[in-house]
Design a protein around this ligand. Structure first.
Ligand SMILES: Cc1cc2nc3c(=O)[nH]c(=O)nc-3n(C[C@H](O)[C@H](O)[C@H](O)COP(=O)(O)O)c2cc1C
Length: 188
């Protein structure tokens, strides 16, 4: 059975709402177990347990907030680096505004994951008009529109599909084998 950790920081609840949607998306794939935990709740054991992680934080000054950075900095004490290689990873972020630096934050979260050996991926999917999660799921404020919510869910679903395909050895779980629309009629 593939294990997925949705690990997040959220100060005012927006990134937490994204995390909940990502968890729901991951649970669309049969045989996947999901833990959704804040950085106040998660331990190094959760990190070791997972085969895939969705890592999320609000955007602060265009980058990762210090509490999330500290969570990873403190891992050094636990001697897990470099024993996490080969797990799948992706990221998500809420900022206050469109163009507020969400993707910069996602790329920095991705960089942290890469440093620990995670295999980081993005989505080619569109989940509504002008709505993608190419570099991670991004949001201004909380997810409101259907396409915004689906972008979060699709990220979790894709993470679960990669884990099912390559960890659980289930080739039928590969996204190219699925029938859901990855490009809706109107995605411009
Ligand atoms: C210290 C701080 C820095 C912030 N920096 C940015 C920023 O660079 N760009 C932006 O659009 N919003 C910025 N914001 C707003 C938050 O990213 C935004 O409110 C986000 O939705 C909060 O997510 P949360 O509810 O999960 O904590 C900042 C907020 C704080 C407290």
């Amino acid at each position: 059975m593939g294990n997925i950790l949705v690990l997040y920081q959220s100060n005012t609840g927006n990134t937490a709402q994204m995390a909940a949607l990502i968890s729901e998306g991951a649970q669309r794939v049969d045989g996947i177990e999901v833990r959704s935990l804040s950085i106040e709740e998660a331990t190094v054991e959760d990190l070791k347990w997972c085969h895939g992680i969705a890592l999320g934080a609000p955007t602060n000054f265009g980058t990762v907030p210090w509490k999330m950075k500290k969570w990873w900095d403190d891992l050094i004490e636990h001697d897990v680096w470099p024993h996490l290689d080969g797990k799948f990873g992706c990221s998500f972020s809420s900022a206050g505004s469109v163009g507020g630096g969400q993707e910069l934050n996602c790329m920095t979260l991705n960089t942290i994951l890469m440093n620990f050996g995670f295999l980081v991926f993005g989505l080619t999917d569109y989940t509504g008009p002008a709505q993608s999660a190419h570099y991670g799921a991004v949001q201004h404020g909380e997810p409101r529109k259907d396409g915004e919510k689906e972008a979060c869910a699709r990220l979790g679903q894709r993470l679960a599909e990669w884990v099912a395909t390559y960890v659980d050895q289930r080739p039928e779980a590969h996204p190219l084998q699925q029938s859901y629309p990855r490009l809706p009629d109107d995605y411009s």
